[in-house]
Write a protein that binds this ligand. Structure first.
Ligand code: F6R
Length: 615
């Protein structure tokens, strides 16, 4: 979640460091910091600010510092508040060793107590600060640097990617990695270090991905890498094709709004790319045609919105490919008993491809020799590199923290894949697959036209009206239940409304006690007539208790709409399994407008980050 960047070379470091931090700021924006070895007096100098990177940029304009070696950081707080004091870099007692860190040192409390009892003075509440003090401690008794690093990492528990810059070894930067991502871009007489290649895309295409549980000394002309036992490692240089696309709002007030409107194109691009993939599909999936045919079960693993996409896709695979499906939250999966199953394909869904819980779940499954497939939006992500195969969404960069177009393109990929497996299993014909692709394109258009249809009304009436409520209940049944979960999540994270979702049938088993005339209850309908009738009954139950009913329905569902004080209808014909995809645009726009009305920082909600690289 935090970002670390470093530079050593022939140019002043601040240019790359601030550009790199800005490109990766989506990973955390609680505070920012920059340190360098001053180009004149060769001393370590540092500047920090709480809040977004722009605060640090402003403060540096007043008091500029620069040098040829430097490190930078943006923080997503884990230990200690957002204050400037807790901003990285952190130092040792002598202020000659500085550290920026992404991850969590789980045993920092024990280490801190030990260091304090031997006289070290701490200045922050962070877990990170123990690292700089430990280097100070070990460097007093040993000068062989790889041995010192091996001594330090032997004592550190948790996950980390950190960069150490010190006056003691001023001609190099030390980078250390356990689980959290870290890579080094190799330039001509300069090295770029970052949590993600996107930070130095365009500056070099030569990359060394630091292996797990290893460290390296990086000078402007070379890299010496070691495992945690101090054995030297081969530096394997890879070629990166990552291109940095600067995301602009292009006249939209927020990235979230822009991304809501990009969904039609993103789904179209995704479907086109999938339908072109046939000749290399098996290679990309890492499965033979026979293995595709032999799949007997699908297990999805994901977090947050990606997990909601999986829960909706469960209905695709069960009904179209006739496969049983299991959906697991990655953060829970890792700590449950695991019963590996033959002919089961484990699909990890992650927009960023870097989510720590999803990545660790993937690694656990990989250790059992089972087949894994990643569905992500970032072709160069760690999850793609470590999975047995992959399918990509073509959503383009998603900047707003709240996922919108990544979610809808995940649904498109999953709907397509369910058909593709069904075709291999001879459950459908190839023209059914073409029809499915056609349906996805049509529904992408409906998604946009439906939100356009209601935009004015939402902006001028509904948003203002519902922005006053601090709580909400979302109800759905069957495939509209995971859509209710997704809608509640969006309202929580973007508009700071306490929103809960329930399968509508569960209402009477407890949550109904919450319903009175101060409770907005959102019912997300379904096209199946039996399920629809049950939802109508649930709507009556809410209305009888004075609940404020808001309905999202389909054409012909007048009875349900008549019960509501506000309703939104998808008027076009939509295949029932694609109902959630058609409806998501209006729901997202509704949340966006309520959040705007409530004055929320829509693109960067408090306490969150776009890429969640800690567990
Ligand atoms: C919510 C949201 C998050 C992410 C979750 C997983 O709008 O974006 O819930 O879906 O953090 O992230 P990825 O998909 O990158 O693994």
């Amino acid at each position: 979640m935090c970002t670390v960047v470093g530079y050593i070379g022939k140019s002043f470091c601040s240019t790359f460091i601030f550009e790199g931090l800005a490109r990766l700021e989506y990973r955390g924006y609680d505070s920012a910091g920059f340190a360098c070895i001053d180009s004149v007096n060769k001393k370590l100098v540092c500047s920090k600010a709480s809040g977004q990177l722009s605060n640090l940029t402003e403060s540096l304009k007043k008091n500029p510092i620069d040098g040829f070696t430097g490190i930078g950081h943006t923080r997503w707080s884990t230990h200690g508040d957002f204050s400037r004091n807790n901003a990285h870099p952190h130092f040792d007692c002598s202020q000659t060793i500085s550290v920026v860190h992404n991850g969590i040192i789980e045993n920092y409390n024990i280490l801190k107590t030990q260091l304090q009892s031997s006289g070290h003075i701490f200045y922050s509440d962070t877990d990170t600060e123990v690292i700089s003090h430990m280097f100070e401690f070990f460097l007093t008794s040993d000068t062989v640097l790889p041995r010192v690093v091996a001594d330090v990492v032997r004592l550190l528990e948790g996950t980390y990617a950190f960069i150490v810059m010190s006056q003691i070894f001023a001609e190099q930067l030390l980078v250390v990695r356990k689980k959290s991502p870290l890579c080094i871009g190799i330039g001509d007489g300069e090295m770029f270090i970052a949590s993600d290649v996107i930070a130095f895309a365009g500056k070099t295409d030569k990359v060394f991905f630091l292996p797990d549980e290893s460290f390296a000394f990086v000078s402007k002309d070379g890299i010496h890498a070691y495992d945690f036992y101090g054995n030297e490692l081969l530096v394997e240089i890879k070629s990166s094709t990552v291109v940095f696309e600067r995301s602009e709002k292009n006249g939209y007030e927020h990235f979230m709004l822009k991304e809501i409107y990009e969904q039609k194109n993103a789904i179209t691009k995704t479907v086109e790319s999938l339908s072109r993939s046939d000749s290399f599909l098996c290679d990309q999936l890492g499965l033979s045609v026979q293995a595709l045919c032999d799949i007997q079960k699908i297990c999805f693993i994901a977090c947050g919105t990606s997990c909601h996409a999986a829960r909706i896709a469960q209905f695709f695979f069960e009904s179209i490919s006739q496969l049983p499906v299991d959906v697991q939250l990655a953060s829970e999966f890792r700590y449950k008993s695991f019963f590996p199953e033959k002919n089961t394909v484990y699909i990890v869904i992650s927009q960023s491809g870097e989510t720590a819980d999803a990545l660790e779940a993937l690694r656990l499954i990989n250790t059992h020799g089972l087949h894994t497939i990643a569905i992500t939006n970032v072709a160069t992500s760690t999850i793609v590199r470590e999975a047995g195969g992959f399918l990509l969404t073509c959503a383009g960069p998603e900047v707003a923290v709240a996922s919108t177009k990544a979610f809808s393109t995940q649904l498109a990929v999953l709907y397509w894949f369910a058909h593709r497996i069904a075709l291999e299993k001879k459950l459908i014909e190839s023209n059914d697959l073409s029809q499915a692709e056609e349906n996805l394109l049509t529904v992408a258009t409906i998604l946009e036209s439906s939100l356009e249809r209601y935009k004015y009304e939402i902006d001028h009436v509904q948003a203002r009206h519902y922005a006053c409520y601090d709580k909400a209940i979302f109800l759905g049944r069957h495939i509209s239940y995971p859509l209710a979960m997704e809608s509640a999540l969006k309202l929580k994270e973007v508009a700071y409304v306490f929103a809960e979702s329930y399968p509508a049938g569960e209402l009477k088993h407890g949550p109904l006690a919450l319903v009175d005339n101060t409770m907005p209850v959102y019912i997300l309908s379904h096209q199946d007539s039996l399920i629809y009738q049950k939802l109508v009954s649930n709507a009556h139950e809410v209305k009888a208790r004075g609940g404020r009913l808001i309905v999202f329905a389909y054409a012909g569902q007048k009875e349900l709409c008549d019960l509501a004080e506000a309703f939104f209808v998808i008027t076009h014909d939509v295949p029932p399994l694609l109902g959630p995809l058609a409806m998501i645009g209006v729901l997202q726009y509704f949340v966006y407008a309520v959040a705007k009305e409530r004055g929320c920082p829509i693109d960067k909600p408090r306490n969150l980050a776009k890429s969640v690289t800690v567990e």
